[in-house]
Each structure stands twice: as C-alpha cells, then as structure tokens.
Design a binder for this molecule. Sequence first.
Ligand code: NAG
Ligand code: NAG
Length: 521
Amino acid sequence: MEKMKICWVLFSIMLAIGDASKILVVYPFPSRSHANLGDGIVRNMLKAGHEVTYITPFEFKNAPPSLRQIDVSNLIDLMPKGLLTIKALMDGNNISLNIAFMTYMVTEIFKGMILNENVQKILTDPNEKFDLVIAEWMMSEIPAGIGAVYDCPFIWISSVEIHWILLRFIDQAPNPAFTVDIMTTYTPPLNFVQRAIELWNQVKLTVLNYVILDRIQDNVYSTYLAPIVEKRGRKAPTLDELRYNVSMIFSNAYVDTSSALSLPQSHKYIGGYHIDEKVKPLPEDLQKLMDGAKNGVIYFSMGSNLKSADMPDELKATLVEMFASLPYTVLWKFEEVFPNLPSNIHILKWAPQQSILAHPNLRVFITHGGLLSTTETVHFGVPIIGIPVFADQFINVHRAEIRGFAKRVDLSYTMAGELKKAILEVVSDKRYAEKAKELSFIHHDRPVKPGDELIHWVNHVIRTRGARHLRSPALGVPFYQKMFLDLAVVLTIVLALSYILLKRAWRYFRSGKSKSSKKNN
Ligand SMILES: *[C@@H]1O[C@H](CO)[C@@H](O)[C@H](O)[C@H]1NC(C)=O
Ligand SMILES: *[C@@H]1O[C@H](CO)[C@@H](O)[C@H](O)[C@H]1NC(C)=O
C-alpha cells in the first residue's frame, strides 16, 4: 500500500515535470521575418505551459515571467549593410544567392552567437539544464551542438517548405527526378534537361559540403562548443554525429503550397503556426476606412526588411499617380508621409497586416512575396501581386503564380504601368480570388491546427526523450547498400566465376570426349 502511494507521488511528479519543461529556442538570425517565426514558436511553447529561454536579436515584447530572453542584438551588425535597399536592388546590386557565400556569412553569425557573452553565460553555467532545444535551420548545423551541450533532444524548424538538404538528416534525399531544389523554379513533371540539372544540384552541393562547407562548420563546433560539452564531463560527439541525430524537423509549410512528397514520420508540417487564431481587431480609423471602401481595398507592403523610404523618388511619384487613378482605396505601408496625397491613398507607418488581410473588402495584396506574407495570404485567402526582390521571394511568387492566385510584376523604375495592369487584372478576374479561397480551404481543412500540431510533437519528443521510434530506418544505411552496389559486385563476381567454370568444364568435357573418341578409333 505504502509502496503504491510512493509510486503515485513519483508518477504525479513525473507528470508535472512532463507538463512544464524547460525549452531553449534558438533563433539568432538577425532578420525581422526570421524573428517573427521564432516569436511564433515561443508563443506556442508558452501557451503549452513551458518555461522558455529564447536566444533572439530582437526583443520579444510583453514577455511573461515564464520567458527568459537571451539578447544577441550584437549580431545585427554582422549582416552585410545596404544589401536590402530597394534602390540597390534596382540598380542591379542583387547578391546572387551563392550558397558558399551564404554558408560563410551564416557561420560567422553562429560563431558570433556562441561567443556572445549572454549566450556564453547559459552555455558555461553547469546548473543550466534544458529538456529540449528547438532551433531554426539556416544553412548550418552548428546549433545542433547546443543540444549536445545540454545532452537533450533537438528539433529543427525549417522556415521554408521541407527540402532535400534537410531530409538527408532524418531520412534520405528524395529522388531529384521529381523533387526540385528549394532554389530552382522548375515544376515537376521535369523534362530531361531539368532532371539532369536537379541531379547535378544534389551531387554538387553534396560534394561541396563534404569537401569544404561542412568542414567550416565542424571547425566552429569543435573550437567553441565541443570544449563546453567536455567541461560538463561528457565526451563531445562530432558535429557529423549530431547532424544525423536530430529528433524531428518541423517545416513552416503545408501541402496547400508545397509539393505532396512522401515524407518520414519525423517530419511534420506546421505552416501557419505563427498566425494567431483570433484575428486582432483593426484600429478604429482603419476599420472605418476598410468598411467604407465601396470598390474595395488594395494593400501594398514590401515587408519589414525593405524600407520603402529607400525607393527612388521618381518611382514613388509614378506610383502615387498610378494609385490615384484607381477607383480603390489604397493602404500603403510606408515609413514617410507625402505632401498633397490623393484622398484614396492612405499611408500606414505600421500596418496590422493579418487584420488587414482578414478584412472582406480587401481585393489584392501587393507584396514582395516573402514566405510569411505568402503564408498569411493563403491563410486568409487573398490573391497577391508579387514584386520579388530577394532570396526565396522569386520562387514563392513563381509558385504562387503557378497555383493561380498571384501575378508577378518585376521591380523596375518604370513598373507603375505594369503594376496598374496587374491590379486591374487580379481585381476583375474572379479566378485569382477563387483560387486563393480554394487554397485557403485546403490550408484550414486539417485534423488539428498547426499550433496544436507543433505543441503536440514538441511534448511527444520531450516525453519520449527524443522520439527514437520515429527515426527512419534509412538513416545510417550507407549509400552503397541503398543502391545495392555490394549486391551488384557479388552478382558480377558470381556470374564471372560461373562463366569461367562453365567454360573450363566445357573444355574439359570436350577434350575428354575427343580423347575417348581417339581411343575408340
Ligand atoms: C540580378 O540582376 C541582374 C541585372 O539586373 C539580373 O540579370 C539577374 O537576373 C538578377 N538576379 C537575380 C537572382 O535576381
Ligand atoms: C542522440 O540523441 C539522443 C536523444 O534524442 C541522445 O540520447 C543521444 O545521446 C544522442 N547521441 C549523440 C551521439 O549525441
């Protein structure tokens, strides 16, 4: 009886621990849109009752007591300056997304994060313990080393749809004959040349990683993190061991906008988790404005990284003129005020984007096509006009166009005319809005809400101490075994030997026969 009581007490303690765990969320990339996704993870973890420590370059506003923030704002200085002004991009200073350059830049940022004094404090304090580390995968596996420091399970978040580079870590790279690289604009079914290029992309990056890119990261891990693991009295695993030891990967996508791949059990879609289930009400003046817009509203925002104030003056002037000629109410997120603004144009220094997208009078959203914005438009079922300027925006807009809820306009000094044509087309052609509504339906018609999916699997990984049962059996099977190259070698040898033996036997038989026939003569 007494024993049972103790068991019960222990069991309830375990349950209590299981409910509120200590989670470290690692989102050091100094860009507002990445931080928005990190904030979404943190909000969901707090909602689930966990104690969260958050490594972030931007302050999480109105933090509750169960959130501790580790400030890495010094990393903002490590981002190349002036890269992201509209003028620079229009003058052709677009940095091509050279993967080697990106890996180098990102490695510097992660090194900066580890060496940040606030981060050093929690890494080197032996009393600091976590039940789980969740980190954004941003072209580098260095954060997996932080999981090793605390000897706890580790989860990656992919800010974009799941892709072959990440799938290698929990299963295997999918077949490039029908899955495309995250940076190409091909859409399956692929033709002969496209398939060859996709295969080449996988082979090229695999070799490049093996020869240099992985080694640069290994170096940062073994110099700055491995010694901390050893100080805690454990043998430090190699970064390569950690690469293939993550518990799960969640991707900020869903099959509404990503391709319907067959995926391992340790991957889950959580796209849309950063959007609050309850839409916040619009500020009163904006609500009145949108309610009263008889012909509908156009919302124009180039996101948080690109300041529209950096836009060349001639472009601003032609845009104002063009918007003024439209019968619609225009909401323009912009950081400066113009004099003598036409009455249908309204400048918003700060825009409650999700609440604007939720308003039924909104006709079209003019956006750079960043992933957060495209996810939000699908969530709320709004068609877009995409003006891509950077990174994955070209691909997001391209894919949105193929799915039929977007029209693309190229950024240029003279884009006003083309933008006007696009606006008129998207507003008048019902198919754009219908397609957006259809995808929105698919997005919402799932068994659980993305935030709940996220919370469930995080808790599952903590409760099962790493969810080893979800590990794909493909992990750890060497390439030659998957391709049955060893079997091919064995079969070749067997066939060759049989051939030789048969030939010999034949000769022997023949010579025996001729001898006996000689005898008989
Ligand atoms: C960069 O700009 C050049 C010249 O404007 C253009 O030809 C090229 O396609 C651009 N590259 C990307 C990735 O946008
Ligand atoms: C792999 O992760 C599990 C927990 O998920 C942990 O117990 C194990 O020690 C890790 N292995 C290595 C080599 O880090």
